[in-house]
Every structure is written in C-alpha cells, then in structure tokens.
Design a protein around this ligand. Structure first.
Ligand code: ZN
Length: 524
C-alpha cells in the first residue's frame, strides 16, 4: 500500500495506493465539513492538489442523521478523491462525549463508503490525570477488540488503528505494546496518532515531537502513519521528519474565520500586515487593507484559500528537501520560527543525538552538507558516520597519532590548497597516523577525509564553547577507542581558529591522563 520513492530522516516521499487514486506523501488532508463548506470540496483537488481529505462521521450523523447503504460521502461532498473519516473521537476530545457507540460509528462510515475509516476511540487529552488516561487507553483497546469482527467483514475500507496515550509517553508505549501483544495490529492498514490538537494549541511541541517519535519507533514502517490535527504549516517539516506520512488540519478555515493569516514562520492577524508576504492568487490580487474591507464571508474564504496555498507550498518545499537530502537544514531554519519550536528542536537533538533520525537518511548523498552551528554536530549523517568510524576504523600505526588542527578549513580543501603540507604528511604516513580535528565532527582519520559525509560540507561559523565541548567529547571517544600510546597535536597552516582549537584540546588532554605532546609538523 505504501511504496517509498525517497526518504530523508524519517520523512518519506511515498506513493500511497488508495481507492480513488494514488496519493504522494507527505500530504495534508484538509478537514472538510460534511455539509457546509466555504470552499467547494472538489477545489481541494482541482485548485490546490489535495487528493485526500478528511471529514467526520459523527458530524455527518449530526447534520443528516443515520445514513443508509445507498448514501455515499463522495456524492454528498461532490468530491471524487480519497476521503478519510474521523470516527467522532475529535468531538470526544473537544466536547467530552458523543451520542453514538463504536459500531454505529463504523456503520456510518461503511454506509457512506469512506475510503479510509477509523474506529471510535477514546482520546486522552493533556488535562487527564494518569489514572483517567489509563482507563481511557484500556477502553480504546476494548473498542479495538470489539470492532474487529465488524471491520473484517468490510475489507473494502482501509481501517485505521488509532494510537492513544497522549503526552504521557509511558501510557503511549503501554498502549502500543498491548496492541502488539494482542496481535490486533494486523487488522489495520493505517495508523494514526491522536489526542494531538490540544497539545498543539498549547504550543507544547516538545510533547508532540516526543509522542510522534515514540509511536514511529514502535510501529512498523510498512504501514502509513497519520497524525490527527497537525495544525500549522510551521510544524509540517518537523512532523514529517519524525515520521508522519499524512496529517490533517482544519486550521486553514478555523484561522481564516478569525482573520488569521498563516505563514511558514507563524500567524498574523490581517490587521497587523502592511503587505502580504506571499504571491498566491489571493495575495497577488488584494492588499491586507482591501481584504479587511470585504464582507466577512468573502474575507474568510480568501484567507482560507491563502492558508491552503501556503500549506501546500510548504509540503512541496518539504518534498524538495527530502529529495535533495537536506530536510535537516529545513528543520534548522524552521526551528527559528518560534521559541517553543526551537526548544522542541533542541529536545530532538539532545534527547536522541540524531540516531533516531538516521533511519531514512541515505548513507551517501550527492550534496554538500551545510553546517551552521553546534546543532549540526548531531545531524544524522554525522552521528552515523562517527558510530561507524569508532566501530570499524583500524589504526595503521598503533603507537602514535598526529592530531592536525586546520581550524575551520575543510580537510579536503586544505590538503588541496597546501600541496606542500600534503606531500609532507604523505612522506610521514609510514611512520605516523594522521587525523584532522574538525569542529563539528571530532577526529577524522586522514584516510577518510574524501569520503561522505566528511568531504562535502560548507562550514563558516564562530566556533562556540558548546562546539568545542562536543569536539572534545568526540576526540576523547576516538582516543579511547583507538588506543594509541602517544598523541601529538599540530596546528597547521594559517587557518582561522586552528591554534584556538589545538590549544583547547591540549588543555583538555592535560587535565586527563592521556599522554600527548604539542609540536610543529616541521619538527616531526
Ligand atoms: Zn497568499
């Protein structure tokens, strides 16, 4: 059902085979009301290119009553693309309860011939106490079990397993473990993480990212992973990088109703804008002042259209980044959009040191990596390469290693520009091992300087205390793994910060038990 075309971090461009045509992930499913829509649903395909939308089985029931088998949600909406139906759990999350039972919810969905259906689960909002949340996950598991016979008799629908537990990671884990132990997972061809909307509206991105990461780690990758209620385009690159293939949002219309205009770095109230920082059909035609003077409905429609364009543009941007292999760099840029997002990005880096994100990151890339600051130290290309280096590198000369400090300069470029030093190093390489001190890599044996990801990068930055700390951590790891008897530090060339880095490492070596000397390369 899901065929991966290319991937980077946990993000993947993939072909989802659905009943009403293939969908390329990552994609947003705009939320459609079963009855009242300010934008005609078919425009989601024709105008914006969204061939997969979501609507609510429960809202359909409230607007039209119980559907019969002759009904069809595609006809009701006048939409010929793929439709996912939410069971009513969102209303439970927001209002506390709904007046249908799980089997009625499934019957509404099958009678309406939804393409992707969801069982009626019990969400666990962040306000729940532990015991309350625990009762709810037990109830959801009971409902999963109770729905099995029904969904097995309706294989024409792709059924979604809701993932509950909320921001309580312990409960989230327990829920997924129980589902796996009871072998319930096999009945479902879609997985969807719920209870996200209130966390998102509180800007608690750290909890959100932790939930997605936990679920993504524990669930099989051959099943598409959906995120219920992903809100704002500002967070799209993050939810994709952590493993969400699809996500839905009503934010485009909810924001528009309050005159809120989305950008990839935040939201403006229409009255705050002197210009539109966008060139979609709405923003090219109107000024903020002109939009404010329109009647409420036209204004709402126009802002909603812009909000959809900006959402789709960000998804395309993410796809380009995945294809180019620089999704990490998009995260680094987008993390600066909001302090809460920056904090959550730091959480991803600190908590996991990049290894979680190695999963879909190609082993080699045709691009140069852009290195900005200490955050780049833990991009997955480097964490993986360092792990591999520590595991497999065999020193040629077990006695002595020369630690060359060339400052900010890329070792490949340095050796190319200083043929005299290259010749000197080569003439000494029978006697000694050589390794470069590289600010965001650690120690790089000279044999590996021309291999990916070490050879192709662009770095130009102030070498911060944090970067030096991380450098020392990697240097000491390298030294302890390689077990050389002696270490000689040699700053070479006249490169910026070569001396500073060498002096810092010298100081650290002095404070440890590691034997070393400080020398000039010409005296070796
Ligand atoms: Zn626009």
């Amino acid at each position: 059902m899901i065929e991966v075309i290319s991937s980077d971090l946990h993000g993947r461009i993939a072909k989802l085979s659905l009943p009403k045509g293939d969908v390329i992930t990552p994609t947003l499913l705009p939320v459609i009301d079963p009855k009242e829509n300010i934008i005609p649903p078919q425009d989601m395909i024709n105008k914006f290119g969204f061939n997969f939308v979501i609507t609510s089985a429960y809202l359909y029931y409230k607007r039209f009553g119980m559907p019969s088998n002759s009904d069809d949600i595609h006809k009701t909406l006048n939409f010929d693309g793929n439709i996912m139906m939410d069971s009513g759990a969102y209303q439970v999350l927001v209002y506390g309860d709904v007046d249908i039972d799980p089997i009625q919810s499934l019957t509404i969905q099958t009678n309406l011939k939804t393409d992707v259906g969801v069982i009626l689960d019990v969400p666990t909002p962040p306000t729940d106490a532990y015991t309350q949340a625990k009762e709810k996950i037990v109830e959801t598991i009971k409902r999963v079990e109770g729905s099995l016979t029904y969904i097995e008799t309706h294989p024409e629908i792709i059924w979604t397993l809701p993932i509950q537990g909320g921001k309580n990671i312990h409960l989230l884990r327990e829920y997924i473990q129980t589902i796996k132990q009871k072998d319930l997972i096999k009945a479902f061809n879609f997985h969807a993480l719920g209870s996200v909307a209130p966390i998102m509206s509180q800007y608690d991105f750290t909890s959100l990212f932790s939930m997605i990461k936990t679920a993504r780690e524990m669930l099989p990758h051959n099943i598409p992973f959906h995120l219920f209620g992903a809100g704002h385009p500002m967070i799209f690159p993050f939810v994709v990088a952590l493993g969400s293939d699809t996500f839905d949002s009503a934010a485009y219309i909810l924001y528009a109703k309050e005159d809120r205009y989305m950008t990839t770095s935040g939201t403006y109230h229409l009255s705050e804008l002197i210009e539109f920082p966008c060139s979609c059909e709405i923003c090219s035609k109107w000024t903020p002042k002109e939009l404010l003077e329109l009647d409420k409905e036209t204004r709402t429609r126009n802002i909603a259209i812009h909000n959809l364009y900006v959402s789709q543009a960000e998804i395309k941007n993410i796809k380009v980044s995945i294809n180019d292999g620089n999704l990490w760099e998009l995260l680094e840029r987008r993390a600066k959009s909001h302090p809460s997002l920056f904090k959550a990005f730091k959480y991803i880096i600190d908590e996991h040191k990049g290894s979680f994100l190695e999963y879909g990151t190609p082993v080699t890339k045709q691009i140069g990596l852009k290195v900005y600051d200490e955050d780049s130290f833990y991009r997955p290309e480097y964490t993986r390469a360092r792990t591999q280096l520590y595991k497999t590198f065999q020193p040629k000369n077990s006695n002595l290693v020369i630690l060359i400090s060339s400052g900010q300069k890329n070792p490949t470029e340095f050796l190319y520009s200083r043929q005299d030093l290259k010749k000197l190093i080569l003439s000494l390489s029978d006697k000694y091992d050589f390794a470069f001190l590289v600010p965001f890599i650690g120690l790089l044996p000279i044999e590996l300087v021309e291999t990916f990801p070490f050879s192709q990068y662009v770095f130009s930055s102030i070498i911060s205390e944090e970067m030096l700390n991380s450098l020392w951590f990697e240097v000491s790891t390298f030294i302890s793994k390689m077990k050389y008897n002696q270490h000689i530090i040699c700053p070479i060339g006249n490169e910026e910060e070569a001396e500073e880095m060498a002096a810092y490492i010298q100081l650290k070596l002095k404070n440890s038990d590691i034997p070393f000397k400080y020398d000039s390369i010409s005296d070796l």
